[in-house]
Structure formats: structure tokens, C-alpha cells
Design a protein around this ligand. Structure first.
Ligand code: DQA
Length: 159
């Protein structure tokens, strides 16, 4: 912020990142992850971003390096990152380091609440470099994350 109270948006763009297996949302373990598809989640998140006058792009990958590259590019392309790292959450230190090099807000999102699940899901290597985490609220968590990011960037609703 410049101290003027005016949001200092450099790019007018947010990046949503989705980790491994999230391309199967809707079909994959619906009792755990719900029936909303990833395409629907992206559409809702983009619609929420549009309410604050910013664009949202999306990268899903089952490969850690692709997500790391997308975070590196985010450094010069977007103002904030929303990420559901999938299982990378629990062990992907390369992704952790990439996110640590991103200066804007980072919201970590999980459809399920990993703390209520197996012990190996209780550790997040992303949480220490995230501004905040939203877990256990299903697809609604993404809309809330975009809203949180808008607040952190000082954006007002336009619609
Ligand atoms: C998840 C939780 C992770 O433990 C899991 O590996 C996923 C999805 C979630 O959104 O609840 O793939 O990130």
C-alpha cells in the first residue's frame, strides 16, 4: 500500500492453482470432496474476482514442477495466489520455497478439513508461507478465499 488508502494493484489479476488429482473433482471420492467439478469451482472463483474488478486465471497440474513454474511466473503476473496444493500440501518443499518467493497474499484452500483426517494430512508445508488457510468448507472455500484476497488487497466490491 502507498499510504494513500488506494489499493496498489499491479496486475489486476489473481492466480488459482490446483494440485494433483483435483482435475478429478466431481468424480473423485464425492463423499469427501463433494460433487462440484473443478471447472465449476474456477467459474465461481472467477465470478467472485470479477465482482472486485480483477481477473482470475487457473493452472491445475499433477506435477510439482509445473506448479512451481506457475508460482514463479505469478511473481510478475498476478497480485495474489489462491492454492489448493492437494497432496503436495503435505510434503512439497519445492512448492513451499517457490511460494516463499512470492510477495503478495497467498490463500491456501482445502475442500476437506485435513485436521479431521489421517495423521499424515495434519502437516502442511504450505501453511507457513500462506497468509491464511480455509479448510473444510467445500467449494465455498474458494469463493471465501477470493473475497479474503480482495480484502487483503484493499479492493472494494464493484457489483
Ligand atoms: C485436499 C486435502 C489433501 O489432503 C488431499 O491430498 C487432496 C485434497 C482438499 O482439498 O481437501 O488432494 O487438498
Amino acid at each position: 500500500m502507498s499510504g494513500t488508502g488506494v489499493p496498489q494493484l499491479q496486475h489486476g489479476r489473481l492466480r488459482l492453482l490446483s494440485g494433483p488429482n483435483l482435475n478429478l473433482l466431481g468424480e473423485r471420492e464425492p463423499a469427501v470432496y463433494g460433487t462440484t467439478t473443478l471447472a465449476q469451482i474456477v467459474e465461481e472463483a472467477a465470478a467472485e474476482a470479477a465482482r472486485y474488478g480483477v481477473d482470475l486465471d487457473h493452472v491445475q497440474s499433477n506435477h510439482e514442477g509445473v506448479l512451481i513454474d506457475a508460482v514463479h511466473a505469478a511473481r510478475s503476473e498476478v497480485d495474489a495466489v489462491v492454492i489448493n496444493p492437494g497432496a503436495f500440501t503435505h510434503y512439497a518443499w519445492g512448492l513451499h520455497d517457490a511460494l516463499a518467493a512470492f510477495d503478495g497474499p497467498i490463500l491456501e484452500v482445502h475442500l476437506s478439513n485435513p485436521q479431521r483426517r489421517e495423521a499424515w494430512r495434519h502437516t502442511s508445508v504450505v501453511a507457513p508461507v500462506a497468509t491464511g488457510t480455509i479448510s473444510g468448507l467445500g467449494a465455498a472455500g474458494y469463493v471465501l478465499a477470493v473475497r479474503a484476497v480482495a480484502g487483503l488487497l484493499g479492493l472494494a466490491e464493484e457489483t
